[in-house]
Design a protein around this ligand. Structure first.
Ligand code: G
Ligand code: G
Ligand code: MN
Ligand code: NA
Length: 255
C-alpha cells in the first residue's frame, strides 16, 4: 500500500529514471539498439526493482502515467541520439498490456508526438509479451497496425516462455523475437537450449523476423549464438542497463 501511493508521486519527485541496456549486432559487433528499463531510486529503500514496482503500477493504474513518462523520455533521448550516435539507432520501450486497454488512441497520440519531435517511427521499438497477443480484443490488433503504419517496430519479449500458441506470428505484424534468458543461460553445443535457440532463429528468419538473444553473459554463449545466425545480443557480457550518459559514452567508444 505504501509503495503504491509513493509510486504515484515518484515520477514528479524525479525518483524514476530510465536506464539503457545496449543491444549488439552480432555480425558487426556494434551497439545498434538499446532497451530502456525503468529504475526507481526510493529515498529510504534505495533502489526498487521494476520487477517489484511494475506489477504494483499495473494493479493500481499508475502504469499509465509511468508509461507516458517513459515514452516522453525515450522520444527526447532518441531525438538527441539520432544526431549524436547516428540516425539508425533504435530504442526499445517495454509496454504493459494495461497500456493497450484504452485502444489505439494512446498510440495515435504517441505517433503525433514523434512527428512533432521529428523522430521517425523507425527509431522506436515497442516490446510486448506473448500474452498480450492471446487477448482477442480488437483494440490490440488496431494498436499494432497503428505501430506498423508509423514504422514503429514491434518486438516479442521473453519469447518462448508464455503459454501461447505460435499462431499469433502469422496473425500479427511482428518484427523481432527476443529469446528469453532462460534459454540463453545454459547454452552448450549439445544441449536442448541450443537446439531451441537454433529452431527459433530458423523459424524467425523464414518468417522475416529478426532475433535478439537476451541474458548473454559469456563469450561462449555469444559464439554459439553467432554460429546459429542470431542477429542481436543483449546481456551482461556487453553491459548492464546504464544511465543515458553512460550508454552514450559506451556507444561512442564501441563504434
Ligand atoms: O531490469 P530489469 O530488472 O531491468 O527489469 C525487470 C522487468 O521490468 C523487465 O523485464 C521489464 O519487463 C519490466 N520493465 C522495466 N522497465 C519497464 C518499463 O518502462 N515499462 C514496463 N511496462 N515494464 C518495464
Ligand atoms: O524486459 P525484460 O523482462 O526482458 O528485462 C530484462 C531483465 O533482465 C532486466 O531485469 C535486466 O536487468 C535483466 N538482464 C539483462 N541482461 C542480463 C544478463 O545478462 N543476465 C541476467 N541474469 N539478467 C539480465
Ligand atoms: Mn524487455
Ligand atoms: Na525479456
Amino acid at each position: 500500500v505504501r509503495l503504491a501511493s509513493e509510486l504515484r508521486r515518484a515520477i514528479d519527485a524525479g525518483q524514476i529514471e530510465l536506464y539503457y541496456q545496449p543491444i549488439i549486432e552480432l555480425a558487426s559487433d556494434r551497439i545498434v539498439k538499446a532497451e530502456a528499463l525503468m529504475r526507481w531510486k526510493h529515498p529510504e529503500l534505495g533502489f526498487v526493482s521494476p520487477a517489484t514496482f511494475i506489477p504494483i503500477a499495473e494493479d493500481t493504474g499508475t502504469i499509465h502515467d509511468l508509461g507516458e513518462w517513459a515514452f516522453a523520455q525515450v522520444v527526447k533521448q532518441t531525438g538527441q541520439w539520432r544526431n549524436l550516435l547516428g540516425p539508425d539507432i533504435q530504442i526499445s520501450l517495454n509496454v504493459s498490456p494495461a497500456q493497450f486497454n484504452t485502444g489505439p488512441q494512446t498510440f495515435q497520440r504517441w505517433i503525433d508526438a514523434l512527428r512533432t519531435a521529428g523522430v521517425p517511427g523507425a527509431n522506436l521499438v515497442v516490446e510486448i509479451t506473448e500474452g498480450l497477443l492471446m487477448d482477442n480484443a480488437p483494440g490490440i490488433r488496431d494498436s499494432l497496425l497503428c505501430f506498423r503504419d508509423a514504422g514503429i517496430g514491434v518486438s516479442i519479449d521473453d519469447f518462448g516462455t508464455g503459454y501461447s500458441s505460435l499462431s499469433y506470428l502469422k496473425k500479427f505484424d511482428i518484427d523481432v523475437l527476443k529469446i528469453d534468458q532462460s534459454f540463453t543461460r545454459n547454452l552448450s553445443p549439445d544441449g536442448a537450449d541450443f537446439a531451441l535457440c537454433e529452431a527459433i532463429v530458423v523459424m524467425a528468419h523464414k518468417l522475416g523476423l529478426k532475433v535478439v538473444a537476451e541474458g548473454v553473459e559469456t563469450a561462449e554463449q555469444r559464439d554459439l549464438l553467432c554460429q546459429i545466425g542470431c542477429d542481436y545480443a543483449q546481456g551482461y557480457l556487453f553491459s548492464r542497463a546504464v544511465p543515458a550518459g553512460e550508454f552514450e559514452a559506451l556507444t561512442l567508444r564501441h563504434t
